[in-house]
Design a protein around this ligand. Structure first.
Ligand code: C5P
Length: 224
């Protein structure tokens, strides 16, 4: 058995990372690793403990005591399945406090690396290729215009029965972009060796097909 294959998919909110990464992992038989779920679980833990999120030291102390793990695809916080709770829109707005905290980032990076074990994985997030798996055989940066990303997210929310206005979703995406790009530690950036794919106007299947081919090419190269 050779070294495990790591596929890292990064990009801004709403670029289609989760859908693409899940489908790609299924096709390849790899583990799907949602690193954003870890930041969300840590945020949920802080909210549950009534931590003032604007106080970094309190956040760090609280997160150190939490037990966050990924069991396959399912995020657990202190032994509880939090897959549903971490998707609440009001929580999404608060994740930036934890994402901007270097000590929290170190901890979440370790949790993600531990979850990958020595398995072949498709990891998605903001720093999967730059920090978590810098040696990933394939790094992908998925992008799309902010309007397209907001449109997709809006459709998703409407489908879930959330009657939010399109303008509001666009504003929320803009604000997340800003905090993801401007934070000092591990900001969202394009890894030098990443394949950049603009998904505006592309169908999910087209993107997955393209990535599947790229992974297979990498694997074939290694077995030459
Ligand atoms: O991908 P998702 O929207 O679930 O991520 C939630 C938040 O966690 C993002 O807005 C981002 O700020 C943060 N995050 C991060 N680093 C990662 C994954 C997510 O900072 N690797």
């Amino acid at each position: 058995m050779g070294e495990p294959i790591r596929v890292a998919i990064d990009g801004p909110a709403g670029a289609g990372k989760s859908t693409v990464a899940k489908l790609l992992a299924e096709r390849l038989g790899f583990l799907y690793l949602d690193t954003g779920a870890l930041y969300r679980a840590a945020t949920l833990g802080c909210i549950g403990r009534n931590i003032d999120l604007s106080k970094p030291d309190e956040v760090v102390a609280a997160v150190k005591k939490m037990f966050i793990e990924l069991r396959g695809r399912v995020p657990y916080l202190d032994g509880r399945d939090v897959a549903r709770d971490i998707r609440r829109p009001e929580l999404t707005r608060e994740v930036r406090y934890l994402a901007a905290n270097p000590a929290v980032r170190r901890q979440m990076t370790q949790v993600a690396q531990r979850a990958a074990k020595s398995l072949d994985v498709v990891a998605e997030g903001r720093d999967a290729g730059t920090v978590i798996f810098p040696g990933a055989q394939l790094k992908v940066y998925l992008d799309a215009t902010v309007e397209e990303r907001a449109k997709r997210r809006h459709a998703e929310l409407l489908e879930k029965g959330d009657n939010i206005r399109g303008e509001e979703v666009l504003e929320a995406i803009r604000s997340r972009d800003k905090s993801d790009v401007e934070r000092e530690d591990d900001p969202l950036q394009i890894a030098v060796d990443a394949e950049v794919i603009d998904t505006t106007g592309l169908k999910i299947e087209q993107v997955v097909d393209k990535l599947e081919k790229l992974v297979k090419k990498e694997v074939a190269k290694r077995s030459e």
